[in-house]
Write a protein that binds this ligand. Structure first.
Ligand code: CUA
Length: 346
């Protein structure tokens, strides 16, 4: 009886703590509410069970310990207790089956398909996220910035280029592994305007901690405008993040334009791993380029971008930097990067 009372008091305190502290980040998607409630229910059910079992175990260890001078002999023989055994089998079974059914119902609910869903492909690569928006009858839009319209269901199709990453948007309660060779899926319907972090939640290498990006939830009108900007020739390049190549001759104006494109390409593709004072980036996975580039010619800079392992320099570890920028960036973007880096390394 003592044990049960102590256990009950401790559980009550545990539940109060669990409910009073606000554990959750902002909730910016339809899925957040049901998931947070599920979490609360699991806490409320499992805290008392955990506290009760722990209390009873510790109490028994203390109460029935061997005392000094006591004989080390067998305890009294007990041949089971049917009633107790039925209780401790039935109660956990009922608890588990109810919690599983509830969790399953929530899962089915948040994964429900919608006809007007927006499909966004997410690709994880050491150490950055890329997003692709397929356009019916047109060229897909590729960006390094995730922009979503408010109140429209989104289906994320998640891919990985090299190793396992994990696409996590805490504010949406969305988290799914990005696995090379397969496509994983997860859904969310953003409900609040704002900017929220996108995080990699699977240890994936040196730059794992900096593998972050963000999602901007905007009004449907602003989203349409953003889409227009991304698809518009030339103009798309200036608004940040359009990486689909061949979008008109934006660099026609000469060296200054090319360097500007290069700087922008650097900020969205290289900055999460490299510090470069001129670009205002502070990534720490790769060498600090503020000083490392001094006096390099354009041919060397180009090689460092498209075939980083070809020339091992001090402070650089082979295999860390992606070696497929020649495919993921347009020729123009690479020209821009070379022009820009050459201009800051002088
Ligand atoms: Cu990608 Cu951690």
């Amino acid at each position: 009886a003592q044990m049960v009372i102590v256990g009950a008091i401790a559980s009550a305190i545990g539940i109060v703590i669990a409910l009073v502290i606000d554990w959750f980040p902002a909730d910016a998607a339809e899925q957040a509410g049901p998931i947070d409630t599920l979490y609360d229910v699991l806490m409320i059910v499992s805290v008392p069970v955990f506290v009760l079992v722990t209390t009873v175990t510790l109490f028994a260890v203390w109460r029935f310990r061997m005392r000094p001078g006591q004989e080390n002999e067998d305890g009294p023989p007990i041949h089971g207790n049917t009633r107790l055994e039925v209780i401790w089998t039935a109660v956990p079974a009922i608890l588990l089956v109810s919690l599983c059914s509830y969790a399953y119902a929530v899962l089915v609910d948040i994964e429900e398909k919608h006809d007007d869903q927006l499909v966004v492909h997410v690709t994880g690569q050491q150490f950055a996220w890329r997003y692709r928006y397929p356009q019916p009858g047109g060229r897909a839009i590729e960006t390094t910035a995730l922009v979503l319209p408010k109140d429209r269901p989104v289906l994320f199709k998640v891919h990985a280029e090299d190793v396992i990453h994990d696409f996590w948007v805490p504010a949406f309660r969305v988290k799914i592994d990005a696995v090379p060779g397969i496509t994983t899926e997860v859904r969310a319907t953003p409900t609040k305007l704002g900017r929220y972090p996108v995080v990699c939640a699977e240890l994936c290498g040196l730059g794992h901690a900096v593998m972050r990006s963000s999602v901007r939830v905007v009004t449907p009108a602003a989203y349409d405008r953003w889409l227009q900007e991304q698809t518009a020739p030339a103009g798309g390049e200036a608004t940040g993040g359009a990486t689909a190549g061949g979008e008109g001759e934006a660099g026609g104006g000469g060296g200054a334009d090319l360097a500007a494109l290069g700087r922008e390409t650097f900020v969205s593709n290289c900055g999460s791993c490299h510090t470069l004072a001129d670009a205002g980036t502070s990534g720490a996975a790769g060498p600090d380029l503020t000083t490392a580039l001094r006096g390099q010619d354009e041919a060397t800079l180009r090689e460092d971008i498209v075939a980083p392992d070809a020339r091992i320099t001090e402070g650089y570890q082979a295999g860390v930097m992606p070696d497929n920028f020649a495919e993921t960036l347009s020729a123009e973007q690479i020209d821009g990067l070379v022009a820009y880096l050459a201009s800051v390394s002088r």
